[in-house]
Ligand binder design. Sequence first.
Ligand SMILES: Nc1ncnc2c1ncn2[C@@H]1O[C@H](COP(=O)(O)OP(=O)(O)OP(=O)(O)O)[C@@H](O)[C@H]1O
Length: 291
Amino acid sequence: MVIINQVRVRYGNQLALSIDTPLSFKAGDRIGIIGSNGAGKSTFVKTILGLTNYQGSIATDLKPEEMAVHMQHNHYSNAMAVKHIMESILNTKIKKNEILQDLISFFDFEECLHKKYSALSGGQKQRLTIILVLVQDAPLVFFDEVTSGLDFETRQKLMSKLVEWYRNKTTTLCIVSHYYEELEQLVNNILILEKGQVVDFGDKDELFRKYCGKTVITVDNTPENEEITKNFLKLEAPGHLIALSCQNDQTEKDIAELLIRKDINFRRSNNNIEIMSINAKNKFNGGGKRD
Ligand SMILES: Nc1ncnc2c1ncn2[C@@H]1O[C@H](COP(=O)(O)OP(=O)(O)OP(=O)(O)O)[C@@H](O)[C@H]1O
């Protein structure tokens, strides 16, 4: 569907994106794009959409109108009700458009239709743009930080809705997000970017096994827990956590039994994208695993 090869994007003297190894997106892929601030995620999305000046090759069998995008920031007129914004952007009437009616009801948006844009809450504003994106029914859809700035509960609700909407569809999705738990439920591939370069790209579960092992057990980072877990293989982790790599069932059982015996709370995961990406970036930057 899309093959990206030897692509470079420069802003003045800055090389914002540099992709050497070919990346390909297949129909139906659900791709999570992650990386620190300034890693090049939005530039990557814009480049596939043809919105940057790039060197290199982006081959696709899709027409421009077969790609839809939800960008990070959106602005709409405040002069008219949301209903009229929708109808004028889409050049349709809600009462004559069944897909639009379905989306409005699916996203519980009826009560917002008669409000002005500025009167919508953050979550409602995002739902407006999501509806405008989804109604296009494009085969390739980009979401760039669709839940940014929303509280935890609103984010969860919105993501569950998206998961439900796309459950039985073949749409290819590229989702840029800093919220790893959202990606855990929605994507099966991960692209990790760092300083404009590709750290890794592939199946989410394979990347997890490559960088973390079979499972990861996390405990709070305290001196006591550090002492108790000192004989196990540690991974890089956010500062407040100790992450233990379990390469097989036996190690996992040994660690769990020890932690239960010591009455220590722990979390087991076989898809922790945050810890996977920290370790992928660490390896990419030449670091090794912790002792
Ligand atoms: N229009 C622009 N002009 C100049 N530099 C830009 C422009 N857009 C992005 N950049 C720079 O290119 C780099 C990549 O930016 P980009 O927005 O793609 O990162 P990002 O990973 O999406 O970041 P964030 O998570 O903060 O949204 C950054 O250093 C940014 O400052």
